[in-house]
Design a protein around this ligand. Structure first.
Ligand code: SF4
Length: 413
């Protein structure tokens, strides 16, 4: 029988796909929360099963969040690439003596934040490497400097790895540290450093990184204190596509049901070119188009009823695959960025900045409606009539010298 979720293209694709997939999608139609075993079946979908999953996820997206594709006008500020952690998948971190090591002054970070504000940005996303000699209150003071200069700017900053480092350096309790950061104006925390939340995989990727349980503890504590976070997953490297990906998503679903603090889920395809992990033969060279579609569609279905917003990372996927994923369950195009050093350093070639005008044109090219949002998904403006679009204003920001990376070389640490 056709239901609102099962009509037209969706019904056709689901009815002609293998019986096992069909039954799972039918049970999802009835509002059932999918199990690990059902997730595993969808995580290996190919051919007609994958087509059905993609069509179903797209339909589920429409029923859940409608036809708007949101984006945020923001700027990334990666304040240093000096880092001792040495994650094997990272092409960004450098030892302090590397020829292209850099650290931005507070004044320079504030200058960039102000420049972004003047061009219409509502958010700065601030993250960096972890230098050994970092002052315990560095993150607080950097946050304070930005908020003092531009009180209206949403500061989305400091991954759980950085929060953990700040806690260790200051000797404060986690809760007190987070409360201090909230009082200083921290708006939200990027849910990066999650990679795959399984310690066997994390040991292969980065033995020095915080354990999965600590990531969960920090994220949960932030949510309980009213600090929202994003959630992420890096795929396309050493993980088994089915097993760990499904476990990771189900763990995020369980956290969200407890706290409600995730604003979105962001699958991050592994960028392999300039990384040790790939060069030494330890990883696949990232995901192919099919896997990107499968991961995004799976996320929409598995996280249904928990995390509403599913973001594509255009910096990692490029526009063609991003638009395909936005028709496979995703509903958010992420940010204009105005600079993005981390993916670029790992070998991504999709650029550092896209203007709001270009976002809107690309969104309309697939028949959807652009909407600018805040970091926490309040709609600032729906662009449902192209004739009423504002005139282009945001000139491309020049890249500064420190962020011209040389490719990864042996011995950079
Ligand atoms: S991913 Fe982050 S923590 Fe790991 S080496 Fe790169 S900059 Fe350092």
């Amino acid at each position: 029988m056709a239901t609102p979720l099962m009509n037209g293209r969706t019904l056709g694709a689901v009815e002609t796909c293998p019986a096992e997939t069909r039954e799972i999608l039918h049970s999802a139609t009835c509002g059932a929360e999918l199990t690990f075993e059902q997730g595993l079946v969808l995580a290996t979908a190919e051919g007609p099963a994958l087509e059905a999953l993609v069509a179903f996820a797209d339909r589920l997206r429409r029923e859940t969040v409608g036809d708007a594709i949101t984006y945020v006008v923001n700027r990334n500020i990666n304040f240093t690439n000096v880092c001792f952690v040495g994650c094997s998948f990272c092409g960004f971190g450098r030892g302090p003596g590397a020829p292209d090591a850099y650290s931005l002054s507070f004044d320079e970070v504030v200058r960039r934040a102000r420049e972004a504000w003047d061009r219409g940005a509502t958010e700065v996303c601030v993250q960096g490497g972890l230098p050994r000699d970092l002052d315990g209150f560095f993150y607080r003071d950097l946050l304070r400097a930005i908020k003092h200069a531009i009180p209206g700017m949403h500061v989305h900053a400091f991954s759980p790895m950085e929060i953990d480092y700040g806690v260790t350096k200051t000797g404060m309790a986690l809760r007190d540290y987070l409360l201090m950061m909230k009082d200083e104006g921290l708006g939200s925390i990027p849910g990066t450093a999650a990679e795959i939340l399984d310690d066997r995989v994390r040991k292969e990727l980065s033995p020095n990184k915080l354990p999965g349980a600590r990531w969960v503890e920090i994220i949960t504590a932030a949510h309980e204190l009213g600090i929202p976070t994003t959630s992420t997953m890096m795929y396309g490297h050493v993980e088994e596509p089915a097993d760990w990906v499904v476990r990771h998503m189900l763990l995020l679903r369980a956290i969200q049901k407890r706290t409600g603090g995730f604003t979105e889920f962001v699958p991050l395809g592994f960028i392999h070119e300039n990384t040790r992990l790939y060069r030494h033969g330890g990883a696949r060279p990232g995901a192919k188009r099919e896997e990107h579609l499968r991961v995004h569609a799976l996320a929409r279905v598995l996280l249904h009823g928990a995390i509403k917003n599913l973001q594509v990372s255009w910096v990692k996927l490029g526009f063609e695959v991003s638009l395909a994923c936005l028709q496979a369950g995703a509903n958010d195009f992420s940010g204009t960025l105005m600079e993005e050093s981390i993916s670029k350093a790992a070998g991504a070639t999709f650029g550092e900045y896209v203007s709001p005008e270009e976002f809107r044109a690309r969104i309309r090219s697939i028949g959807r409606v652009p909407a600018e949002r805040t970091t926490t998904y309040k709609i600032r403006r729906l662009f449902d009539d192209p004739k009423l679009d504002p005139r282009p204003t945001a000139a491309r920001l020049p890249m500064v010298r420190e962020e011209s990376h040389v490719p990864y070389t042996e011995g950079a640490y």
